[in-house]
Design a protein around this ligand. Structure first.
Ligand code: 0O2
Length: 221
């Protein structure tokens, strides 16, 4: 088999595996159940946003969005982690099939939101990852809370795992652009670009801290 044939065979296998996952996701009202989990988290986040806005007399959250991971992205992540490529494995092993992203204004907002979320009695915190105090090697910054959310469905209760990402607008800006430019791409010879992106992440981190200091100064006036 020549290189072209091998490539075509691989594309066909990938496409079939993705379609299999897509079909599995269309069964048993999977999307509806995921949407309920998103709705529950978003409702809690809305209350937190309103309370903090009242407490601090300013805007806290710029945006809150939820998504269910696409079959393509699930497949790619399972392959990356060398796991079986089916929905059952994904549900057992991946924490971010359901995601909610909170973009807030200031650095201290991230931690205050995370602190209040962790106190909610009816969601179970499984794991937290502070990529702000310890950014990833490439410069990625965000605070991740992995939680289990109980949902009632067809009179049965079950839990759904949700990854809540909390970050500032500045961190979001970097992360969205880095995602487009580099994330998951094996760009060879892009070490210089990667280094540049890392530097920008450090600049963003410094800027977030400066903005916080500025806000505190203005608050004292
Ligand atoms: P997508 O396409 O956004 O869904 P774990 O098994 O939990 O330890 P995992 O799941 O890789 O490992 O956790 P991690 O590293 O916290 O990543 C979870 C998600 O955070 C990613 O999901 C991205 O959304 C985001 N993320 C993590 N690292 C980076 C990064 O370097 N750059 C950007 N832009 N986003 C990042 P997915 O499935 O990788 O991607």
């Amino acid at each position: 088999m020549d290189e072209e044939e091998k490539k075509a065979k691989k594309v066909k296998q990938d496409t079939e595996a993705i379609e299999k996952i897509r079909k599995e996701m269309q069964k048993d009202q999977y999307y509806l159940q995921c949407q309920y989990a998103i709705d529950i988290v978003e409702a809690k986040v809305k209350i937190i946003d309103e309370q903090l806005s009242m407490k601090h007399q300013r805007e806290i959250m710029r945006s809150v969005s939820g998504r269910v991971k696409s079959p393509e992205s699930i497949y790619a992540k399972l392959v990356r982690k060398e796991l079986n490529t089916n929905l059952e494995t994904a549900q057992k092993k991946l924490n971010d099939l359901i995601g909610v992203r909170i973009v807030c204004l200031f650095l201290d907002d991230v931690y205050e939101i995370a602190r209040i979320l962790k106190k909610q009695k009816d969601i179970i915190v499984v794991k937290e990852k502070d990529y702000i105090s310890k950014p990833k090697k490439n410069g990625y910054m965000s605070f991740h809370l992995i939680v289990d959310v109980p949902i009632c469905f067809d009179e049965n209760s079950q839990t759904k795992r949700v990854e809540i990402q909390i970050r500032t607008i500045a961190m979001d800006f970097w992360s969205v652009l880095e995602y487009q430019l580099m994330y998951k791409k094996n760009v060879s010879g892009a070490e210089k670009a990667a280094k540049e992106l890392k530097n920008y992440s450090e600049e963003i981190s410094a800027l977030d801290r400066k903005m916080l200091r500025l806000r505190n100064k203005i608050d004292e006036i």
